[in-house]
Design a binder for this molecule. Structure first.
Ligand SMILES: [Zn+2]
Length: 356
């Protein structure tokens, strides 16, 4: 068996990994960004038998238009990812939840928390590859289960050795809702979790139309959610207002996009920054060149992380469950990977290829 990290090793870059066994090639994710429009370099990659997507975020699916370079293979993705994708090409993908093989290779998957429908993927059985995609066991909305054992693991190391639990982060964020609060977030991510948390704490919440649509679709996919998740989303839709680019500053305002680069957040953030009528807090990756970084640097907005990737505690749990012989840290810089290896007290693979 062979693993090649085409992209996503040594940086917070677009996800793209190639798994080969028994004459078959399966590509795991084909992303773009998250900084700018960076795409995986597919030079020299031969046609593949399938492309399997772990979840719908653009840094995992945004390179789909490159599939023609790989022989236009069949596509596989979680059901909610297919239902929510704005890309018609993904609508022809096969839902991967019930599958036990892909292109003749033994296949298993399970819920990875993190985002609507996100799943970890295992190819080639216990002696094969476990790919976590993006993962978080702390989600208050999305279902999560420990991944299965595998010989080799590519895991989400986005946060390196950071170990602050989401509960502490929520405790820091909640008091900021004593004034109008704008939270620019990706619609297919932590926005709905935040909305549920702020509603539970009794705050008025408004959601942008994109978030409302995601909530409506997700409520029809209860298996991707925690128990009672669908009912909680329906109640959320009934008890929150619609937020638009013209809305006045009021309550907790949850809007896409995550870097105030577009959407309702892109319309509201500059206005609130200029007139000071609402706090602005970014909670995810600050994309290079986007308005978010500049607003934080100029003191117009704050950054407070809301975990959607594994903490060190979760990574330790992951290692105990998967028990990989070789583990490759994805989506972090080499320095962070080296620190993680020390914290985990085990070697981590930083070479592009693994053969076993
Ligand atoms: Zn993601």
């Amino acid at each position: 068996m062979k693993l090649t990290a085409i992209s996503g090793l040594g940086c917070k870059g677009p996800a793209c990994f190639l798994f080969e066994t028994a004459g078959r090639r399966i590509l795991l994710d084909l992303g773009r960004g998250p900084d700018g429009d960076t795409l995986p370099d597919l030079t020299g990659v031969p046609p593949v038998d399938a492309i399997v997507f772990s979840h719908g975020h653009v840094d995992h699916t945004g390179g789909l238009h490159l599939a023609a370079l790989l022989g236009n293979p069949p596509l596989f993705a979680p059901e909610p990812t297919i239902a929510l994708s704005p890309d018609p090409a993904l609508h022809r993908a096969t839902p991967l939840e019930p599958l036990t093989q892909i292109a003749g290779i033994p296949f298993a998957s399970g819920p990875a928390g993190h985002a609507p429908g996100a799943r970890w993927l295992r190819l080639g059985g216990e002696g094969g590859l476990l790919y976590t995609g993006d993962m978080s066991r702390e989600s208050v909305l999305y279902r999560w289960a420990l991944p299965l054992p595998a010989a080799v693991m590519v895991f989400d190391a986005s946060y390196g050795t950071a170990d602050q639990p989401l509960s502490d982060q929520m405790a820091d964020l909640m008091p900021l809702a004593d004034r109008p609060l704008l939270l620019p977030v990706p619609a297919g991510g932590r926005g709905l979790e935040m909305a549920l948390a702020f509603r539970a704490a009794g705050h008025p919440v408004a959601l942008c139309p994109t978030h409302r649509e995601v909530a409506r679709v997700l409520a029809t996919h209860p298996k991707a959610l925690q128990p009672q998740g669908a009912a909680r989303l329906r109640r959320l839709l009934d008890t929150t207002k619609e937020l638009t680019g013209q809305s006045p500053a009021h309550g907790v305002m949850i809007a896409a996009g995550p870097n105030a680069e577009r959407g309702v957040a892109g319309a509201l953030a500059p206005r609130f920054a200029a007139d000071g009528s609402a706090r602005i807090v970014f909670t995810g990756h600050l994309a290079e060149g986007a308005p978010s970084g500049a607003m934080v640097a100029q003191g117009q907005a704050r950054f407070l992380r809301w975990n959607v990737h594994p903490t060190l505690t979760e990574t330790r749990l992951l290692m105990q469950s998967v028990t990989p012989t070789h583990a490759m840290p994805a989506f972090c810089k080499p320095g962070a990977a080296a620190a993680l290896a020390v914290a985990l007290d085990r070697p981590l693979i930083m070479t592009r290829e693994v053969i076993w």
